[in-house]
Design a protein around this ligand. Structure first.
Ligand code: B16
Ligand code: MG
Length: 215
């Protein structure tokens, strides 16, 4: 491994909870049952694909594309509101120390996130210029489980997929890594479901998986 490509929401930061709360507000307003278990299906999935998953339980009149667009915009407004107060203090010491140690060992570090809010979140966390490459929802056509976001991250780093370890909390993200020819180390829901080549109890386990020097 020469590089580590990190998912953002649910790996670098806990914005997955803000996604959940924003979708929950929207689902409640449409009388759609939605809970944390249902939310796990949305991890790593694009905004519109997430809405489509939620609408599987919708029993109201058919929605037009314009109405669906308005719904995802509303969700994003609620979500962005919760990001406003994020600061570098929201970066956990474990995440910060793990990133710094991996960099000190000589690994390249990248982001591979489905989120179009990635640049804003990285800036809020004080990580705007930290990563060697950022591939996110703004530079892809196909969201996870398609491997595009990770393949672009590897391209940006000038590396082959086999040189990259992907860190993910989503089943869709682990599947994306595998179909892109990459190894997956998982935390959270994806780890609990055994989706990774490595299923970690927390992010700092990366320091046990990856050798002291890139090979
Ligand atoms: P946005 P990740 C994903 O980010 C989230 O897991 C998923 O819940 C969200 O719908 C998707 O980004 C799009 O996010 O609405 O901010 O563009 O986990 O790939 O970092
Ligand atoms: Mg995630």
């Amino acid at each position: 491994m020469k590089a580590v490509i990190f998912d953002l929401d649910g790996v670098i930061c806990s914005t997955d909870e803000y996604h959940y709360l924003a979708w929950k507000t929207l689902a409640d307003s449409l009388n759609i049952p939605f809970d944390r278990t249902a939310n796990n299906r949305l991890r790593g999935v694009s905004r519109m694909a997430s809405l489509d998953l939620i609408l599987e339980q919708y029993r109201g009149p058919a929605l037009s594309c314009v109405e669906k667009e308005a719904l995802v915009n509303r969700k994003n407004q609620i979500y962005r509101e919760s990001l406003k107060n994020m600061s570098p203090q929201d970066l956990s010491p474990e995440v910060r120390d793990t990133l710094c140690e991996l960099r000190a060992r000589g690994y390249l570090l990248a982001i591979g996130s489905s989120s179009k809010n990635t640049p804003f979140i990285l800036n809020q966390l004080g990580l705007g210029k930290f990563f060697d490459a950022v591939s996110d929802g703004n530079n892809i056509k196909n969201s996870k489980p398609d491997p595009e976001v990770f393949q672009k991250a590897a391209d940006f780093l000038g590396l082959q997929p086999k040189d990259c370890l992907v860190v993910e909390d989503a089943l869709s993200g682990a599947a994306a890594a595998h179909s892109g020819g990459m190894t997956a180390a998982c935390v959270g829901d994806a780890s609990a479901q055994g989706a990774g080549d490595y299923n970690m109890s927390s992010l700092s386990d990366l320091l046990k998986i990856l050798p002291e020097h890139p090979e």
